[in-house]
Design a protein. Structure first.
Ligand SMILES: Nc1nc2c(ncn2[C@@H]2O[C@H](COP(=O)(O)OP(=O)(O)OP(=O)(O)O)[C@@H](O)[C@H]2O)c(=O)[nH]1
Ligand SMILES: [Mg+2]
Length: 392
C-alpha cells in the first residue's frame, strides 16, 4: 500500500542583475573611460533534505518561493551583489517532479542532500567589458537573464512515525480524526476500519509527524482471527506504538483482558515490534466518573504489570489529545535518527545549464540615450556592432 504526501509549489530563481553603462567623470581626468560594472547573478533555489521534517504539510500553506534578484551593476566599476539563494527544507525521501514535463528533477534520500531546482539568472555585463581599441566609449551593456521558474510537485512516501494498536472499537480511528485531518470512518461496531489510514499530525507550526491507524486486533489475531495480523507489518517501521485501551467497553468486556490479549498477540507476532517504545493510552475517559478514573487506571496498570508511560484521553471529546500529540512530538525528537552516521551536504548535478544559454543570446542591449554630458568628440564613432561572446 502506498501513502504519498504531495505538495505543489512554484519556485522562482532570482533574475540576474543588469550591467551598467557609465563613464568615469572626474576633475582633471579628461576622457575618463567606461566604468559600468557587471550585475550580480540571481539567487538559485535549492531543496535541502532535513531529517527533522516528516511531512510536506508546510508547503500546502506556502506555495510560492522566490530567490533574490542579483543587483544591477553601478558606475565606478561596482559589480552588483549576487542574489541570495533560497533553500527550502524538505523531509528526507522527498522527490521533486517538474509539473509541466513530469520529469523527475531529483530524489533527496539523505539528510543534508541539496538539490538545485531553479537556477538563478546570469549577470549582465557593464560597458567596461565592451571596451576595445576601436571603441573606447562603448555604450553597450547586457541585461541579466531571467531566473528559472518552475512548477514542482513534491512527493513523499510516507512512513508512519506512530502506530496505533488496540482492540476493535477502542477508538483508534476517532483518535486519528481528532489529531489530524484524516477522516477514517468511525462507528460503534468492531472492524469499522478495514485498511490502514495515515494522518499527518501538526502539533506545532512547522513540525509534524505521521500516525497510522490500523484495523483492530483481537485475541488469536496472530493465528488469523479477525483481520489477523497482516496489517501489523505497517507498524514495523513506526518509531512509537500507542496502545489504545477502551476504559469502559460498552459490551462489558474487561479492559484488562483486552489489553493482555493485545500485548500477547504483539509478542507472538514479532518480538522486535513488541520491544518498540510503546505507550499505554486510556481512551473514553468521559465515560468514567472523574473520581473513579485514577483508581480504575491504576488497577488496570497493576493487573497487566505495566511499567511504561501512561496517558489518558477522550478521543471523542478531544480531551487530552492535543497534549498527547505534543508529547509524542517531543518524544520522537529524543529518538535516534536512522541516518546519524552518514551526514554531510551533497550537491546534486544540475541539468539545465543550456536553458540560460538560449536566453542569453537575446539579451544584448544598447543604451542609446545614455546621458553623456561630456560633449567632446574624442570618440564619437557610435560603433554598436560589438560582438559579445558571453562566457561565465
Ligand atoms: N464516549 C466516547 N466514545 C468514543 C470515544 N472514542 C471513540 N468512541 C466511540 O467508540 C466507537 C468506536 O470508535 P472507532 O474510532 O471506530 O474505533 P476503532 O478502534 O477505530 O475501531 P475499529 O476500526 O473497528 O478497529 C465509536 O462509536 C466512537 O464514537 C471517546 O473518547 N468517548
Ligand atoms: Mg477504526
Amino acid at each position: 500500500m502506498k501513502f504519498v504526501d504531495e505538495a505543489k509549489i512554484r519556485v522562482e530563481a532570482g533574475d540576474g542583475g543588469s550591467g551598467c553603462v557609465s563613464f568615469r567623470r572626474e576633475k582633471y581626468v579628461p576622457r575618463g573611460g567606461p566604468d559600468g560594472g557587471d550585475g550580480g547573478d540571481g539567487g538559485d533555489v535549492y531543496l535541502l533534505a532535513d531529517e527533522n521534517l516528516n511531512t510536506l504539510i508546510d508547503f500546502r500553506f506556502e506555495r510560492f518561493h522566490r530567490a533574490e534578484r542579483g543587483e544591477n551593476g553601478r558606475g565606478s566599476d561596482c559589480t552588483g551583489k549576487r542574489g541570495q539563494d533560497l533553500v527550502l527544507s524538505v523531509p528526507v525521501g522527498t522527490r521533486a517532479v517538474d509539473e509541466d514535463t513530469d520529469e523527475v528533477v531529483g530524489d533527496l534520500t539523505q539528510h543534508g542532500q541539496k538539490l538545485m531546482v531553479a537556477k538563478g539568472g546570469f549577470h549582465g555585463l557593464g560597458n567596461t567589458r565592451f571596451k576595445s581599441s576601436t571603441n573606447r566609449a562603448p555604450r553597450q551593456k547586457t541585461l541579466g537573464t531571467p531566473g528559472e521558474i518552475r512548477s514542482l510537485r513534491l512527493e513523499l512516501m510516507l512512513l508512519a512515525d506512530v502506530g496505533l494498536l488496540g482492540m476493535p472499537n477502542a477508538g483508534k480511528s476517532t483518535f486519528i480524526r481528532s489529531v489530524s485531518k484524516a477522516k477514517p470512518k468511525v462507528a460503534d461496531y468492531p472492524f469499522t476500519t478495514l485498511v490502514p489510514n495515515l494522518g499527518v499530525v501538526n502539533p506545532e507550526p512547522g513540525r509534524s509527524f505521521v500516525i497510522a491507524d490500523i484495523p483492530g486486533l483481537i485475541e488469536g489475531a496472530a493465528d488469523g482471527a479477525g483481520l489477523g495480523i497482516r496489517f501489523l507489518k505497517h507498524l514495523e517501521r513506526c518509531r512509537v506504538l500507542l496502545h489504545l485501551i477502551d476504559i469502559e467497553p460498552f459490551d462489558g468486556a474487561d479492559p484488562v483482558e483486552n489489553a493482555t490479549a493485545i500485548i500477547a498477540e504483539l509478542e507472538k507476532y514479532s518480538p522486535a515490534l513488541a520491544s518498540k517504545p510503546r505507550w499505554l493510552v486510556f481512551n473514553k475517559t468521559d465515560l468514567v466518573l472523574e473520581e473513579e478514573l485514577q483508581e480504575k487506571m491504576d488497577s488496570i496498570i497493576e493487573a497487566i504489570g505495566w511499567e511504561g508511560e501512561v496517558h489518558c484521553i477522550s478521543a471523542y471529546n478531544r480531551e487530552g489529545t492535543d497534549e498527547l500529540a505534543k508529547q509524542i512530538l517531543y518524544f520522537l525528537d529524543t529518538l535516534p535518527k536512522d541516518s546519524d552516521e552518514e551526514e554531510g551536504e551533497q550537491k546534486v548535478e544540475f541539468k539545465w545549464d543550456s536553458y540560460h544559454k538560449s536566453s542569453m543570446e537575446e539579451s544584448v542591449v544598447v543604451e542609446e540615450d545614455f546621458d553623456d554630458d561630456d560633449d567632446d568628440d574624442w570618440d564619437d564613432d557610435d560603433d554598436y556592432d560589438v560582438e559579445v561572446i558571453y562566457e561565465r
